[in-house]
Design a protein around this ligand. Structure first.
Ligand SMILES: [Cu+2]
Length: 290
């Protein structure tokens, strides 16, 4: 009984730790992405990612409990039944009650894990009624985006900013791009993902999205972001020498701003408007840009 209490207390402690750590996650203004030396999953930006974090935490608590129980029992057995404390070993070979318990309890635990996992997998896999389609095509080494719904918007290539440029606009180097994918907030967006050469993967950790980009195949996934801001992801398939050089920047804007963006032919805002990249220091430029 005491062991059971210990496991419960530890589970509660772990949950508190995970919840507390979320508050520490990177949130620089309206930019959301990985943090340096981060330990935990990024803050969720979509309902799918919220559910994913719930399942992750649930499984963490269960596996930690199992590890502690099994190691605890093994250490106890080594100590209690060592030869000097237990010179005459028991000849017991069956105990029906214990055998029933160690069969039933794992089954119950697996069911507890399976129900939310299956629901999550289904949610990720089945597209809801989406209101917008975007296409992401992996290349060597950048992403090309297009809006098949809007003929007036030409496809565009999204290249990463170099270090000076990123500093100048106050965005993270190797995550920020010169032309982000722009989508509206609170709108289910379908993403068609493919590649023109080798395999890539369109991955946005805070959206709970990671979809392989395979030449000759169009994969689809979806997301619905509930908060405006700039979100960062990366290609997550080891695709070649400049794999690190194909970040993903998604700018989530209000519905009206998105309508304006599309009406203007999808022209991305000029990040460097009013900046002299050769002259000003990074911090001053970032301040000027605000
Ligand atoms: Cu890639």
């Amino acid at each position: 009984m005491r062991a059971k209490h210990a496991v419960t207390a530890l589970s509660a402690g772990l949950l508190a730790l995970v919840a507390g750590a979320h508050a520490l996650a990177r949130d620089v203004g309206d930019q959301f992405g990985p943090e340096v030396n981060g330990w935990f999953l990024q803050d969720p930006a979509t309902p799918v990612m919220e559910e994913l974090i719930f399942v992750h935490n649930l499984v963490q608590v269960i596996i930690t409990g199992i590890v502690i129980l099994v190691f605890g029992l093994m250490i106890y057995i080594c100590w209690r039944y060592a030869e000097k404390r237990n010179p005459v070993p028991s000849k017991t070979s069956h105990n029906t009650l214990i055998e029933v318990i160690w069969t039933i309890v794992p089954v119950i635990l697996l069911v507890i894990i399976a129900v939310p996992s299956m629901s999550l997998l289904y949610k990720q896999d089945r597209l809801p009624e989406t209101q917008l389609t975007v296409k992401a095509v992996g290349g060597t080494w950048n992403w090309t985006y297009s809006y098949p719904d809007f003929e007036n918007v030409e496809e565009f290539v999204s290249n990463p900013l170099d270090e000076t440029q990123a500093k100048a606009v106050g965005q993270p180097y190797l995550l920020a791009t010169d032309a982000p994918l722009v989508v509206p907030v609170n709108t289910p967006v379908k993403v068609l993902v493919t590649s023109v050469n080798n395999m890539h993967s369109w991955a946005m950790p805070s959206f709970g999205v990671k979809m392989d980009a395979v030449p000759g195949i169009i994969n689809e996934t979806w997301f619905e972001v509930n908060k405006e801001g700039t979100y960062y992801g990366q290609c997550s398939e080891i695709c070649g020498i400049r794999h690190y050089y194909m970040p993903i920047e998604v700018k989530v804007v209000s519905q009206s701003e998105f309508a304006r963006y599309i009406a203007a032919g999808g022209e991305p805002e000029d990040k460097f408007a009013g900046l002299d990249l050769n002259q000003t220091s990074g911090a001053a430029m970032a301040a000027a840009n605000r």
